[in-house]
Design a protein around this ligand. Structure first.
Ligand code: COI
Length: 365
């Protein structure tokens, strides 16, 4: 079912970014945002599109103290014919439902999410960027918004969507993928079994920032996380899922531990690789096996996948100051092919033979 929402248009539109080749990630936001409330007993109500503006929030609001919140990351893409489209938005809605369950928050129905996203993009469609490697990043988020110091699930929630014309999350991917250096983090952990690693919550990211700072000291862009119990098995790379190609096998951490974010791009990568006949395993991979493969030359590729990052290749691992180059340090052929195919499908330049794209009723110049 498709919903429509009342729109209050801004009387004070902002200037659009001048240089679309330098949008960064989440630096510019459009003129409007979507808001909706939830109250116990009443459910979700009063969805509306309003001028983008700071939220007024009580300093005692529970989210500021106990972080009962969740967010999602999605993108709208421009097809060559000017029609805009989303990519597997049902997966975002399903993940929101799983996150809501873990965080004792109300589930937001998929139809509300997709209708709200479509309406907001329509209102701000003149902000849709055109330059290569750009898209409209969509950030839905929900937070407990109740004045209370009791560390209990809130009874009132605010749902908000903001959208941002963005460029590549990492260095520009135009044409050939670049590579990054990644620090193997064996002290801090991202997620423990029974924790919130599989859920998309701010705390997972806030708790990771010290480790990212450490990585920078080793001239690395981000970290390779190891598991919390044994500090032995590879899990994610920074804010993305991680893939390792050793010989002819592509390996990624399994979801069963509950410590891995079930990424939309992760699932798409696994499905494309299977379709292409590449052996892909969701299994635990120890850092010892990985470093041995780097040394004996059987480690062919490492890449990360995510909505923001799409596919980003890793050229070198660093372990306590020691470099372990990944093959010749350049992006591998599978990473490059995945990037071309996925970004091609998302932007309508490659035929969507997987049925993943979700065309909107919005066409831009
Ligand atoms: C995304 O890939 O959309 C994410 O949410 C990760 C974010 C921290 C950039």
């Amino acid at each position: 079912m498709k919903y429509t929402y009342p729109v209050t248009r801004t009387t004070n539109p902002k200037p659009h970014p001048q240089d679309e080749t330098n949008l960064g990630f989440g630096q510019y936001f459009t003129d409007h945002m979507f808001l909706m409330d939830y109250d116990e007993g009443q459910g979700w109500h009063d969805g509306r599109i309003v001028p983008y503006a700071p939220l007024s929030i009580d300093p005692a609001s529970c989210v500021l103290h106990y972080a009962q919140m969740m967010f999602e990351g999605m993108k709208a893409y421009r097809r060559p014919d000017g029609r805009l489209q989303l990519f597997r938005p049902d997966m975002n809605a399903k993940r929101m439902a799983r996150t809501a369950d873990r965080m004792a928050m109300p589930v937001l129905p998929q139809d509300i999410l997709i209708s709200a996203v479509e309406e907001l993009i329509d209102v701000d469609k003149d902000w849709m960027p055109k330059a290569p490697d750009t898209s409209m990043y969509i950030r839905p988020f929900i937070f407990g918004n109740e004045v209370s110091f009791s560390a209990m699930a809130a009874k009132h929630y605010t749902f908000c969507i903001i959208i941002a014309p963005t460029g590549a999350y990492y260095a520009s991917n135009t044409g050939k993928l670049g590579t990054s250096r990644i620090y193997v983090q064996d002290e801090y952990i991202r997620a423990a079994q029974g924790g919130t690693g599989f859920a998309k919550v701010g705390g997972n990211y806030g708790g990771a920032m010290r480790a990212t700072e450490v990585a920078k000291q080793f001239n690395c862009k981000d970290v390779l996380w190891l598991d919390a119990r044994d500090h032995k098995y590879v899990e994610e790379i920074g804010t993305s899922n991680a893939f390792f190609r050793i010989g002819d096998e592509v390996i990624t951490a399994p979801l069963e531990t509950g410590t891995i974010l079930p990424g939309v791009t992760r699932d798409s990568v696994i499905n494309l690789l299977k379709r292409w006949g590449v052996k892909v395993s969701e299994r635990r991979l120890s850092i010892d096996e990985l470093l041995a493969a780097a040394k004996d030359g059987s480690l062919k590729e490492i890449f990360a996948s995510g909505t923001a990052a799409v596919i980003s290749a890793i050229g070198c691992l660093n372990v306590k100051g020691e470099d372990y180059p990944v093959a010749d340090g350049e992006a591998g052929e599978i990473a490059q092919k995945l990037y071309n195919e996925l970004y091609g499908m998302q932007t309508g330049k490659v035929e969507d033979y997987m049925g993943w794209t979700y065309p909107l009723d919005i066409v831009v110049d």
